[in-house]
Design a protein around this ligand. Structure first.
Ligand SMILES: Cc1cc2nc3c(=O)[nH]c(=O)nc-3n(C[C@H](O)[C@H](O)[C@H](O)COP(=O)(O)OP(=O)(O)OC[C@H]3O[C@@H](n4cnc5c(N)ncnc54)[C@H](O)[C@@H]3O)c2cc1C
Length: 445
């Protein structure tokens, strides 16, 4: 890496947030260095598997003129599967337009999507240096002025190299060690603020993804799995279809893994044994297995988004909305916002708090921040009303099971049985209270 280098912007982390920030800066003509610790962008990254077209178009407007899109399948059917011990209630949505028009979302693998986006960043003028970990920040006069990397400054003295830049954008993901060093975060995350998700990619015999999930070649399914998937604990699983494989995963808060003594791989094995999923996976071969943390601290854990010379974007800032499976898109949007603030700071020639605060202002006036505020209430509600995870999925299965097998019986008797079941499992008063609370929440009260 030579002696002391200097760029106008240094971005740390080659995930969607870092790539978006770097592209925005390079396209505005700033000399931009992106440092990624992995062998290539995406090498160390794992996610469930849905990326959102609109966010990608905001970086690559001519996406649809690509010869080969970096995706697996368009998502044409989405929703939730409520699992009981042996059954499932499938709540999914699809419509003709979604089958025909440009897809809103695609399934993807990070090991393919991130390198593709990284190539676009290089074409925009970003210098992407992989296999390079940022180990510290260079601070002078109370301002971040660059980064220190795990490469020797020169082969003689073996001191770590320093790269100077008046703006450093941190997109280092959930571990956010550098954001802590920058003073943007003053505490470690708590186990109840972070989910751990485990995932497998399972190869199915040829043509079986379509056959087993009722899809055509150019159609895809993305469903979240609730209830038995998480043993009734707050969290969710997922099943996403790829070209010839399916991605199956499940996640819980770290605190629940610890308190209940559940091992992550056991949770996934339990899910794979569910009769409905076992049938889908039958004869399949596991190609990949991995685990990753998801920041779910929301507004309570939101760090300072900028300080003199430094900004933090994406997962490192906790910009994730697990209920809507939003993560990559929020990383991209926040990366673009931070990139624009870096460009504006260079135009002014001022990199102090007031200049970079533009990023915070833009983010706070976007839907990302409004959602953080709104979902603070929803998160608390779901944590306090665990019935949505342990009681209702079972109850929906039982009620529908009774209703749909009512032929040959007096229906009055069936309805009486259903009402008895509801009273036993949740109680009419609690049911009404839950419905009212949920209604109030969605009304924004
Ligand atoms: C199981 C799971 C399922 C998910 N499913 C979805 C989904 O379906 N759809 C969706 O939109 N989102 C999903 N997410 C969330 C999504 O993956 C993240 O929100 C998104 O990847 C955040 O992007 P980022 O750029 O902020 O961070 P990351 O993608 O984590 O990228 C951080 C990068 O920084 C690099 N890095 C870290 N430290 C250093 C350092 N010191 N020096 C140099 N490089 C460093 C890492 O190697 C990595 O490449 C899921 C997450 C998980 C874990």
């Amino acid at each position: 890496m030579g002696k002391e280098l200097e760029y106008q912007v240094v971005v740390v982390g080659g995930g969607p947030g870092g790539l978006a920030a770097a592209m925005t800066c390079a396209r505005a003509g700033l000399s931009t260095l992106l440092l990624e610790r992995g062998r290539f962008a995406g090498a160390k990254n794992l996610f469930g598997g849905v990326v959102y077209t609109e966010s990608i178009l905001s970086l690559v407007p001519d996406l649809f003129s690509e010869k080969r899109l970096p995706f697996e399948r368009p998502v044409t059917e989405e929703g939730w599967w409520l699992l009981s011990e042996k059954g499932v209630v499938k709540l999914t949505h699809t419509e003709a337009e979604r089958m025909e028009g440009p897809p809103r979302a695609y399934t993807a693998f990070r090991a393919r999507f991130d390198p593709w986006l990284a190539q676009k960043a290089k074409e925009a003028g970003v210098l992407l240096v992989p296999k390079t970990k940022v180990i510290d920040l260079l601070k002078e006069e109370g301002q971040v002025k660059g980064v220190v990397v795990d490469r020797p400054r020169d082969w003689e003295d073996q001191e770590p190299a320093v790269v100077r830049a008046p703006v450093v954008i941190l997109s280092e993901g959930v571990n956010r060690l550098l954001a802590q060093k920058a003073g943007l975060i003053d505490r470690d995350f708590k186990p109840q603020e972070v989910a751990l998700s485990v995932k497998e990619v399972v190869q199915l015999p040829k043509g079986e993804v379509e056959k087993r999930l009722g899809l055509k070649e150019n159609q895809g399914l993305a469903v979240e799995l609730l209830g038995e998937a998480t043993l009734g604990l707050p969290g969710s699983g997922f099943l996403y279809t790829n070209t010839t494989t399916v991605s199956l995963g499940v996640g819980l808060f770290l605190s629940d893994f610890a308190q209940k003594g559940i091992k992550p791989y056991e949770l996934l094995e339990n899910l794979k044994r569910h009769p409905v999923l076992a049938r889908i996976l039958e004869g399949g071969e596991t190609l990949e297995y991995g685990a990753h943390l998801i920041p779910e601290w929301g507004l309570e854990g939101l760090p300072k988004l900028s300080a003199p010379g430094v900004m933090v974007v994406g997962d490192a800032a906790g910009l994730v909305n697990p209920l809507f499976r939003e993560g990559t898109n929020l990383a991209i949007y926040s990366g673009i916002m931070a990139g624009k603030a870096a460009v504006a700071a260079h135009e002014k020639g001022h990199f102090g708090s007031s200049s970079l605060a533009l990023y915070e202002e833009t983010l706070k006036s976007s839907y990302i921040y409004r959602d953080l505020q709104y979902f603070r209430k929803l998160k608390r509600y779901l944590q306090e009303n665990r019935a949505w995870f342990d009681t209702y999925p079972q109850l929906f299965n039982q009620v529908l099971g009774l209703y749909l097998s009512a032929q040959g019986r007096a229906k009055e008797e069936v309805f009486r049985e259903i009402s008895k079941l509801i009273r036993q499992r949740r109680g009419m008063v609690n049911l009404l209270k839950d419905a009212l609370k949920a209604f109030k929440l969605f009304k924004g009260w």
